[in-house]
Design a protein around this ligand. Structure first.
Ligand code: KIV
Length: 279
């Protein structure tokens, strides 16, 4: 059964946890679908883990569409949410709506995600009015890394906590179907989760949010440039992949790969080889 916004809402209402992971490619998305993950976010974190940028700011609409539709082609039951990249929705409501529409039409998204609270409420309203489901994102919003002065936990002070709760109410009011809470003190994330009627998806926000999301290369131990405190490695695939690449390198150089089991011998007219030798 397809995971929809209604499924997410029902899961919150029934106190069932929602699982989400980021993903950017067809083969990995298929594995996540087979594992029963509820939702995939084609995050603009692809700027870091797929493209090697220091932050998510350089990521373009075209890139989100290409990665997004690769994931969408692999999924049947899993909800696919595509991130709106930096400056694709901040300039005007019209541009935001046009770009959200492109992610749905060309990226084959089931929903879009954007970062921010009260400041982006007009955009969220325009999108939801147009039938585009919107996931909001509060707390440490990576597109504002320069404004925050680094990747820092948000909502620690009384004023910041109040502002975040206020933002959460506002984005819910204008129609967001869920909200990511990133790098938020666990007690504040728990309170926002309790206060909101829409599902919260946490990353570095404790266990009491309605769901969880991690960047897949982080949770598989494939990305070591920077590993945040909230990341749990569910596998060490990075080491396994390095071992496999090393073994391949050694076998190629020792001519032990390819062996007879991994080559084609039969030719319809093998005698042609003798003729070819003469050429
Ligand atoms: O881009 C991303 O991967 C995200 C998650 C960290 C929530 O926004």
């Amino acid at each position: 059964m397809k995971n929809t916004t209604a499924t997410f809402q029902k899961m919150k209402d029934n106190h069932e946890k929602i699982s989400m992971l980021t993903c950017y490619d067809y083969s990995t998305a298929k594995l996540m679908e087979n594992a029963g993950i509820n939702g995939i976010l084609v995050g603009d974190s692809l700027g870091n883990v797929m493209q090697g940028y220091e932050d998510t700011l350089p990521v373009t609409m075209e890139e989100m569409i290409i990665y997004g539709r690769s994931v969408a082609r692999a999924t049947h039951d899993t909800m696919v949410v595509i991130d709106m990249p930096f400056m694709s929705y901040q300039v005007s409501i019209e541009q935001a709506l046009t770009n959200a529409g492109r992610l749905m039409k060309e990226g084959h998204a089931n929903a879009v995600k954007l970062e921010g609270g009260a400041a982006v409420c007009p955009q969220i309203k325009a999108m939801t009015d147009a039938g585009i489901p919107v996931m909001a994102h509060l707390g440490m919003t990576p597109q504002s890394v320069n404004a925050f002065g680094g990747n820092k936990v948000q909502g620690k002070t009384a004023e910041a906590a109040k502002r975040m709760l206020d933002d959460a109410y506002k984005i819910q009011e204008v129609g967001a179907f869920s909200v990511v809470l990133e790098c938020v003190p666990a007690p504040l994330a728990a309170l926002i989760t309790e206060k909101l009627s829409i599902p919260t998806i946490g990353i570095g926000a404790g266990s009491e949010t309605d769901g969880q999301i991690l960047v897949y290369q982080d949770m598989l131990g494939m990305f070591s440039d920077y590993v945040p405190k909230f990341v749990k490695k569910f596998a060490e695939l990075g080491q396994q992949m390095t071992d496999a690449f090393t073994a391949y390198d050694q076998e190629v150089k020792a001519v032990s790969f390819p062996d007879k089991d991994h080559e084609f011998q039969k030719m319809t007219n093998p005698e042609v080889l003798e003729e070819l030798k003469e050429l």
